[in-house]
Design a protein. Structure first.
Length: 735
């Protein structure tokens, strides 16, 4: 705990060392940069005029209170100021000099309550904050004020972000509150510490040693999340294990919840629908069975005894083999409402996933969730939310937004993004997902005419949802850099920032992330930000351009496999590309599955019309002849070759750009990125060559003159066998 003290002696090296030790924050600066510190590095401000400004504006911290959250916020500010300003900033009881930072709530600080901020604070809700440069008496100070301690913590991180990004403090005036209430990470972590679709090592949760041993990394995890406003974590895989709900595991969950609580992070769990049978000894899991209902109620009571602020359940039911209410002839609403009823007395919620599709249902897979859930709109309990993936298929490099957004006005929908890059090159490929998130959140649904963006559906403003939520499937593991690559950290960061305010631009988020993570050097920013912003489009181009989707090899979802067939039809590549000698693409207009009709007018007409559908979604909605002309003037075949080649070329340009930063970024991180870009370039070419050679067997057209020739014949790619490790299935032979 940091105690209030006088300014005298505050700058002594011993105190500085003690503060660093206590906070475990400063030690990292002594080590090589391995990425562990994420965007919270707090290195000395390198711009000398800014440094002078900051040193004059921030001379002391006045912050009272001993709640766990206030202590965390105070420690963060002190550590941040110390690192960024290169001088220890004293903690004082009162304002004794110009340039104090005064932080707290009106209830906890007489100074704050006397400031007349009540009206502004009235607009920022439970989590929001106000930061202002004001005068108290004659002294200029910076105030961080909030209604609750957690808002003070968020405000503290915001002020530190301003310093980290070298923003001016002149006339400082920030009022900020999240647009979405529940901002969650979903971990697909299993109890054996494997992570489904995880590419950053093992699960962070060391179930074996919990609850006796509580690793310090859990605290670092919570701190990083709080720094971007994430306020909930679903600890376990949606392909759930009922053992999680047994007493020994609940004790472990409680230990984690205790660590996360000061950072404003609630724990949620995945509920296996047939848990009453698997661990409760019941003969059924029928949601209408009174015994089953009683079991869930008692289980919920038990969970709340262990974790009083437990957030609720996430459920994957009747999807990809998971048990669910339909096993008993019941609906998703029956199942979700039973769990909702069990949680109601405690204020918990259910996030019931809409990711359902069945091989038995003979309709286009991308239509199924809509058909299943729209008729249930208005039948869910007040504490049930439906969690919907950003697109109707499955986290592809690009999909149109899910047509459920806007189509369930009486049921709050939770957005589910995938931060872990299952389909976008996993750990190695550099793909900044900010533009993907932005593209979806800013998309027009037209549910209530223009301005009805997906963001406004999930923030509740369009339909007046009382509850709102957004979830990102985490990309975090035990790797030292947390996310498998330095740049994957940016996707965690961008998710959190957009969860707080979905109207932000990916470009601004990339800019602040680069400044905080790598450097404020203009050359680094000017090179890295555009590289990030183009990176996702590069992946779309070399993997699945023009609205193609689901063309990866079976199982690992890493390399190309447009030839994949057999097994469940709707999990094969051929189901999605529909290539034949005439053309390629899935007809989702009236003459095909008519999935376009699930969107609102005028979008549905625009998508269904070959003349108006955007190129980005062309083959998602249309089967197009190989020789049809594109907007570019090229034939479809030539356009496909052009785009996939452009994807490879973009990666080469990224390599070139990164190389120019040698010496401007610490060598360890520079080199890791450089090496990964080499892999990415090889694999982009692997994707391009395999896809084009395969589709050429249908188009029977030559590559346009001057096209780089594929490195191997198609047979080579088809026979390529990846190493057994499905988590890193790189096919070395390709190189
Ligand atoms: C957790 C895709 C992934 C699965 C995942 C599933 C889901 O199918 O490949 O690993 O399972 O989505 O979101 O439930």
């Amino acid at each position: 705990m940091i105690r209030l003290g006088s300014a005298a002696g505050a700058r002594s090296p011993r105190r500085l060392a003690t503060a660093c030790l206590l906070l475990s924050l400063c030690t990292a600066s002594l080590k090589a940069d391995d990425g562990y510190d994420l965007w919270l590095r707090y290195r000395l401000v390198t711009d000398s005029s800014r440094l002078r400004e900051y040193r004059a504006s921030i001379t002391a911290l006045v912050m009272r209170g001993e709640s766990p959250t206030i202590r965390v916020a105070r420690a963060e500010l002190l550590a941040g100021f110390t690192g960024l300003l290169g001088a220890e900033i004293p903690l004082e009881r009162d304002i004794t000099r110009d340039g104090a930072v005064v932080a707290g709530t009106p209830a906890g600080s007489a100074l704050i309550s006397a400031l007349g901020l009540a009206a502004t604070l009235g607009t920022v809700g439970d989590d929001g904050f106000v930061i202002r440069a004001v005068r108290i008496g004659a002294r200029p100070v910076i105030v961080i004020a909030a209604n609750h301690d957690i808002g003070v913590l968020y405000g503290a991180f915001h002020l530190l972000r301003l310093l980290q990004t070298h923003a001016s403090l002149d006339g400082l005036s920030v009022t900020s509150s999240p647009r979405i209430q529940r901002r969650l990470l979903d971990h697909w972590d299993n109890l054996d510490r494997t992570v489904e679709r995880g590419y950053a090592g093992a699960s962070l949760w060391d179930w074996e040693s919990l609850p006796r041993s509580v690793a310090s990394r859990y605290r670092d995890y919570a701190r990083a999340n709080a720094s971007v406003g994430i306020n909930g974590t679903v600890l376990t895989n949606v392909n759930a294990n009922a053992m999680l709900l047994t007493p020994p595991y609940l004790a472990k969950v409680a230990a984690l919840a205790n660590v996360f609580r000061p950072f404003g992070i609630r724990v949620y769990l995945t509920a296996r629908f047939n848990a009453p049978m698997e661990i409760g000894g019941l003969a059924s899991a029928d949601p209408r069975d009174p015994g089953v209902r009683r079991w869930w109620k008692r289980k919920s009571d038990e969970i709340y005894r262990a974790v009083p602020d437990f957030g609720g359940f996430v459920v994957k039911a009747n999807s990809e083999g998971q048990p669910g209410p339909q096993d008993y002839g019941r609906t998703h609403a029956d199942g979700a409402n039973m769990l909702g009823d069990a949680l109601t007395p405690h204020g918990g919620i259910v996030m019931w996933r809409a990711f359902v599709y069945s091989n038995e249902v003979p309709v286009d897979r991308v239509k199924q969730a809509y058909e299943e859930f729209v008729p249930l709109d208005g039948t869910f309990r007040d504490n049930v939310m439906i969690q919907v993936k950003n697109g109707p298929l499955d986290f592809q490099p690009r999909e149109p937004f899910h047509p459920l957004f806007g189509a369930m006005p009486r049921t709050p929908l939770v957005m589910e993004f995938q931060i872990t890059k299952e389909y976008l090159g996993q750990d190695t490929h550099l793909a900044f997902l900010g533009p993907l998130f932005e593209e979806v959140l800013h998309a027009e649904t037209y549910a209530h005419g223009a301005g009805s963006t997906v963001g406004r559906v999930i923030d509740g403003s369009l339909h007046g949802y009382r509850r709102t939520g957004i979830a990102g499937v985490a990309n975090i593991g035990t790797d030292r850099n947390w996310t498998g690559s330095q740049f994957n950290q940016a996707n965690w960061y961008a998710f959190g920032r957009l969860a707080w305010d979905h109207t932000q631009r990916a470009s601004d988020i990339a800019n602040e992330w680069v400044r905080m993570t790598f450097s404020n050097d203009p050359a680094v920013i000017a090179t890295t930000v555009p590289l990030m912003l183009h990176s996702r489009e590069a992946v779309v181009n070399y993997m699945t351009p023009l609205g193609l989707a689901h063309q990866m090899a079976r199982g690992h979802h890493y390399g190309p496999g447009p030839w994949v067939t057999g097994g469940r039809a709707d999990q094969t590549s051929v189901y999605y590309h529909h290539a034949d000698t005439l053309g390629i693409g899935f007809d989702r207009t009236r003459t095909g599955s008519n999935a376009a009709a699930q969107y609102f007018s005028p979008l549905r007409e625009a998508l269904a019309d070959r003349a108006t559908v955007p190129d980005a979604y062309l083959l998602w909605f249309h089967h197009v002849g190989w020789l049809e002309r594109m907007r570019s003037g090229r034939t479809l075949w030539d356009e496909l070759v052009f785009r996939q080649t452009a994807g490879v070329d973009s990666v080469r340009a990224m390599q070139h750009a990164w190389q120019s930063l040698e010496g401007k970024i610490d060598s360890a991180r520079f080199d890791e990125v450089r090496r990964f870009l080499v892999i990415q370039e090889h694999e982009a070419k692997w994707w391009r060559d395999a896809m084009l050679l395969y589709f050429q067997t249908f188009s029977r057209l030559p590559f346009p003159a001057g096209t780089e020739a594929p490195a191997h014949p198609l047979s080579f790619y088809r026979e390529l066998r990846c190493p057994a490790d499905a988590r890193r299935p790189r096919c070395e032979l390709v190189y």
